[in-house]
Design a protein around this ligand. Structure first.
Ligand SMILES: Nc1ncnc2c1ncn2[C@@H]1O[C@H](COP(=O)(O)OP(=O)(O)OP(=O)(O)O)[C@@H](O)[C@H]1O
Length: 672
């Protein structure tokens, strides 16, 4: 049993850190567990809105709710005007029918409790009973229509939001994702915003429908006797307040335990993920992770039990006060009946109306709280969409030329955007590139080499049009790329990035993934790309050959090795024949020596395409010996440039790196 968990921290754990260590191994274990829980309960960015509904005032909620309902109504109108109309019309109709049914019940009671013989009274009440049955039947149809309309609206609204959000995600500039805050915003929008948006549709309907039911029942009370209206407050207010308190306790608990729930989810995922099963056992990590899972799961169980107790106590107090209030109301009703202010039938009708208002109020409190929380997430989603819109690629209406002879970079500078959280750091972020000048020619192989973190991959992203320099110039045959639509530049570059991703589609689909329509895949071109990448044998040996899905997560699919993945990624780049530049960023890091040598021969042979510039990033300097031009990077700058022979003769960084690698093969003594 875990005790004393909370956002404020665990006192005993703190004491141990500050003072002497725990006395026994069991105490040490318990304190370690308490620290883990403390850590797990710190608020994370994706918890941003959870629990806010538990903190704000009722007035803030009251002002916000109509805005949300308006927003969802607008989305509903865009998604399906007919479904929205059905829902609105039937919600109003249901409330009116509920009121009419109450009034009709009073008529039935008036007849049944009126003068005359029993049989005659029952006969006289029959028409009103039939009307009552008709009213309830129509209301049942109306409620069904609301459910139907809601089932039509919610998925459409969700789908529209998905189209908008994922469409934007696929379009925003690649460097937008380097902005950790935007990436976080988009992730939250996808993980939570869309789901909450869908939930907010029934949420809005529940709120409107409970308000209308309350108004309708209150209207009936006023019709029975105006004095009953103020009495109503006595009967419903305590229930309302108890419900608000209980709902807030629930939200607060969710806030404190959401971080733990997320950890639990991640731990459970690690324990059951087939891909991680081997490593988990090899590292003997299973018992430790299982122990951590058990600790957190026990804490969640204890919290649910505690919450249940708190809510039961709140409900009991609410019920007790409501009981007193209801007693006062019924006392007043009895007095009105005996004083002749109200006939018996109306008194019974008033009791029914009171019950109806109480249950509608309960539903209203719960649905308003739920909707308020959903509204915060919906707002988050809207904000993320607006932020993503501001990061769409440049459109100028001018496409870049199909080819270039010379691509020139002059004084290129680039610094990655930093996260909002980093803004407080006083040190300015270090530029990834500074004053880069480089000339790239079609029909040549240009190699980019240098130390780790020197800026090679960043330059490659600029060449591919994925990011744009903060300053400096990138020009295709003298025309600055800023003149062109960003998309048109990206479309003219084939890229094989470091650690390329294979998608869970067929091998053929992966090689020709640049073809939007699978019907238009050129199989001959795909075969020749695979041959050039040295991957023919690998693909033909797959269980279903070209049609094998390249993911072990799917039935019949396979998981490729790192080297096999690299070959497929190279083939994917070589499939593109409509490009001005082919970029290979560390293409052979995972290849065996023979495959590596073969790949470099292929890369050099790409010069034969004539009008295509080849960019090769590599740490294997033996592989760039044959390049036409080599640029050596260090700390964001090009510090040396030339051919292999020229660079070795210079005796600088390149020569030192080359000699170091050479020594590994020819003179092991140098390394020892
Ligand atoms: N997405 C990013 N966000 C922030 N900084 C980044 C990002 N990518 C790279 N950097 C930083 O930019 C600098 C240059 O990185 P880059 O990946 O271009 O180096 P590289 O020469 O390709 O390195 P390596 O040889 O290790 O692949 C590094 O300091 C790195 O930390």
């Amino acid at each position: 049993m875990v005790r004393r968990v909370g956002r404020g921290g665990n006192r005993s754990a703190r004491r141990t850190v500050a003072g002497r260590g725990p006395s026994t191994p069991a105490a040490a274990q318990a304190e370690l567990g308490a620290q883990l829980l403390d850590e797990a309960m710190k608020e994370a960015s994706w918890l941003r809105h959870l629990g806010e509904a538990g903190k704000v005032s009722i007035w803030v909620i009251a002002k916000r709710i109509p805005v949300v309902i308006g927003q969802i109504a607008r989305l509903g109108w865009r998604a399906s005007p007919r479904a929205l109309f059905t829902v609105v019309a039937c919600t109003v109709l249901s409330a009116v029918l509920a009121g009419l049914a109450l009034v009709e019940s009073v008529h039935v009671l008036a007849v049944l409790f009126g003068p005359g013989a029993s049989a005659a009274r029952i006969r006289s009440a029959l028409p009103s009973v039939l009307v009552l049955v008709a009213l309830y039947s129509v209301r049942a149809c109306s409620d069904t229509a609301i459910n139907y309309g809601q089932a039509q609206l919610a998925p459409r609204i969700k789908r529209n939001a998905e189209i908008e959000l994922y469409g934007l995600m696929a379009q925003v500039k690649a460097d937008a994702f380097a902005d950790a805050d935007l990436a976080d915003d988009l992730q939250r929008a996808a993980d939570n915003g869309i789901g909450y948006l869908q939930q907010s549709v029934p949420g809005c309907i529940a709120v409107v429908s409970s308000i209308l039911s309350m108004v309708s029942s209150a209207g009936v009370l006023a019709y029975l006797h105006p004095v009953l209206l103020p009495l109503l407050l006595l009967a419903v207010l305590p229930t309302g307040l108890a419900s608000v308190r209980s709902a807030r306790a629930e939200f607060r608990s969710r806030l404190r335990f959401s971080s733990i729930s997320r950890r639990l989810w991640i731990l459970a995922w690690i324990l059951i993920d087939p891909e991680q099963a081997g490593e988990l056992r090899a590292c003997a990590a299973g018992p430790r992770l299982f122990g951590e899972h058990a600790l957190l799961a026990d804490a969640v169980r204890d919290e649910r039990i505690r919450l249940g107790r708190e809510q039961a106590a709140t409900a009991l107090a609410g019920r007790a006060v409501t009981g007193v209030g209801t007693g006062v109301v019924y006392g007043a009703l009895a007095w009105m009946l005996t004083a002749g202010w109200l006939p018996l039938s109306r008194g019974l009708g008033a009791a029914m109306a009171l019950r109806s208002v109480q249950s509608s109020l309960l539903a209203l409190v719960l649905s308003v709280h739920g909707l308020f929380e959903q509204a915060l997430w919906v707002q988050d989603l809207t904000d993320a969409i607006t932020a993503a819109r501001a990061r769409l690629p440049r459109t100028t209406g001018v496409s870049c030329p199909e080819q270039f002879s010379v691509l020139e970079l002059t004084g290129v500078e680039y610094t990655y955007p930093r996260a909002r959280d980093d803004d407080e750091n006083e040190a300015a972020p270090r530029p990834a590139l500074t004053g880069v000048d480089l000339v790239i020619k079609a029909g040549e192989v240009t190699a980019l080499v240098g130390s780790n973190g020197a800026g090679k991959s960043t330059l490659v992203k600029i060449l591919a049009g994925l990011i744009e320099p903060d300053s400096g110039r990138v020009a295709w045959d003298g025309r600055e790329t800023g003149e062109f639509d960003s998309e048109s530049v990206i479309a003219r570059v084939a890229m094989c990035p470091q650690d390329a991703t294979l998608y869970p589609i067929t091998a053929l689909g992966n090689i020709a993934v640049s073809e939007p329509d699978p019907q238009h895949i050129d199989r001959v071109r795909a075969r020749s790309a695979v041959t050039l990448a040295g991957a023919t044998e690998m693909i033909e040996e797959l269980p279903r050959g070209w049609e094998t899905v390249l993911s072990g997560r799917f039935r019949g699919g396979v998981e490729l090795s790192g080297g096999q993945r690299a070959k497929a990624a190279i083939a994917r780049a070589l499939y593109r024949t409509d490009v001005a530049m082919i970029i290979l960023d560390e293409p052979t890091a995972n290849l065996d020596p023979l495959a590596e040598a073969e790949t470099y021969r292929t890369v050099m042979s790409l010069r034969d395409r004539g009008d295509v510039a080849i960019i090769l990033v590599s740490h294997r300097l033996g592989a760039v010996v044959g390049a036409d031009h080599i640029a050596v990077f260090d700390q964001g700058r090009i510090v040396e440039a030339g051919t292999h022979t020229e660079l070795v003769a210079q005796g600088g960084l390149y020569q030192r790196m080359y000699e170091a690698q050479l020594a590994m093969y020819v003179n092991r003594q140098t390394l020892i």
